[in-house]
Design a protein around this ligand. Structure first.
Ligand code: ACO
Length: 406
């Protein structure tokens, strides 16, 4: 019997690694113009939304593909408010898990969202009204979970949501225990708007892969959180701020970054798969950082960041490497008194709007995601009895580490 040849040699079949440039589906939600450094949600430039919109309105836009009328917006906000509170079991879990060293805030967020499904009778219902309801519920509740995690990490009891505050203001209230200054509430609103959606990024794609199997909205969002957690995606903002703290003073910044580049280290908060120009969200956040650091007396972090930006653009700008959204968001949030370990959960608290909007779009026009691998392993082989097996002298290296992250 002749054996079928299954094998390709490594490198023999050309394909875009990391699915670069591959089109996953059509969308009406957002468009990233990476060459010009522009971002649009349903055709509206991000700058206009950051200046004029609110997170609630932006979420409506992403879900329903148009801006709401006044009455629609009021009703939509009331639906979000209605779902803010968490089951007591979820608060209990957050408090317990947050005191354990190994449970990072993103892990706690991931598990807490998963738990929410157990308290939702319609979690498994596969209808568009149910998916839409889950989208609003999960988006509303993730802010409560993130604030509770922030407090629990400090041994503080959670603060229950207030119905009279906006999504952003209520988040700061639940985190700090006092009604925020309106300027900071606005800055938080802008941060949430800027992170709400971004084309077919890794976490949105992960959400869609799960949704395309006709799994439920909670499971889809959990996949998004899991993908966002990684340092190459949402985890970069925390590392970018830690880098500034490590550098310490503006006069150290230039030498520090040059040395890091010499050692081929990746500078967190720079580079992007799609943007080969300045990320427009970073520009907006930089401008907010000017005022926020002035108010907080933390200008030195902004100064360091600006020096690093200059050096990086001088060295790597021609390669299309510029600051991304994660670079200045940390400076802004830490100056508002938010701990760096909460940056990525806050990113998720915003991006859930995009995840759920895309998941609904996927459900309406679904086909399961099922790409292929190129098999480059051994030719067809045969099973060998245990007693005849010999351990190889040298194991193949299972994984080559990426160059060191900063
Ligand atoms: N610092 C230094 N060099 C970089 C950086 C960086 N931050 N980013 C990319 N490069 C270099 C790479 O070393 C590579 O150089 P080479 O061609 O000489 O080998 C080249 O630029 C291309 O890099 P890739 O890794 O192939 O780019 P890719 O599109 O796969 O990755 C990514 C994009 C993951 C964002 C990358 O730029 C990176 O690791 N950045 C740092 C992490 C970060 O800030 N992530 C947040 C992204 S935005 C977001 O998810 C919200």
């Amino acid at each position: 019997m002749s054996e079928v040849k299954l094998v390709a040699k490594p490198g023999e079949v050309q394909f875009p690694k990391g699915l670069e440039g591959v089109i996953a589906r059509e969308t009406t939600k957002s468009y990233v113009d990476g060459q010009r450094g522009r971002l649009y949600y349903h055709g509206i430039p991000i700058e206009e939304l950051a200046e004029n919109s609110t997170y609630e309105e932006t979420f409506f836009l992403l879900l329903y593909d148009r801006l709401p009328t006044e009455g629609e917006l009021e009703y939509f906000k009331s639906r979000m408010v209605q779902y803010r509170e968490l089951p007591s079991e979820v608060y209990d879990y957050i408090c317990k898990a947050s005191s354990r060293y190994n449970d990072t805030p993103m892990s706690v967020l991931r598990t807490a969202v998963s738990m929410l499904a157990s308290f939702d009778d319609s979690a498994e219902e596969d209808s568009l009204p149910a998916h839409e309801r889950e989208a609003i519920k999960i988006t509303s509740r993730m802010a409560t979970i993130t604030a509770a995690i922030g407090r629990a990490r400090k041994g503080l009891a959670p603060i229950h949501p207030r119905p009279d505050l906006s999504h952003a203001a209520n988040f700061l209230y639940m985190l700090f225990g006092e009604e925020p200054d309106p300027y900071y509430a606005r800055v938080m609103d802008v941060i949430l708007i800027l992170h709400a959606d971004h084309g077919c990024n890794a976490s949105t794609f992960a959400t869609l892969v799960v949704k395309s199997t006709l799994s439920d909205m909670y499971s889809s969002v959990v996949a998004g959180i899991a993908a966002l957690k990684g340092p190459l995606h949402g985890g970069a903002n925390q590392r970018a701020l830690r880098m500034l703290k490590e550098i310490g003073e503006p006069e150290n910044a230039e030498a520090w970054v040059l040395k890091a580049l010499e050692k081929k280290r990746r500078i967190m908060g720079f580079g992007h798969r799609v943007y080969k120009a300045y990320d427009p969200r970073a520009r907006i956040l930089h401008d907010y950082a000017v005022e926020v650091t002035k108010r907080a007396g933390t200008e030195k972090y902004l100064k360091m960041a600006e020096i690093i930006e200059r050096v990086m653009i001088e060295r790597l700008g021609k390669k299309g490497i510029f600051p991304n959204v994660d670079f200045y968001s940390g400076v802004v949030m830490s100056s508002m008194g938010i701990d760096d370990e909460l940056f990525t959960p806050i990113f998720a608290t915003s991006r859930v709007a995009g995840w759920t909007a895309h998941a609904l779009e996927q459900r309406v026009d679904n086909r399961i995601y099922r790409p292929r691998f190129v098999y480059v392993g051994p030719e067809i082989d045969h099973w060998v009895p245990l007693e005849e097996r010999v351990k190889p002298e040298k194991e193949p290296t299972p994984f080559t580490p990426l160059e060191k992250l900063v």
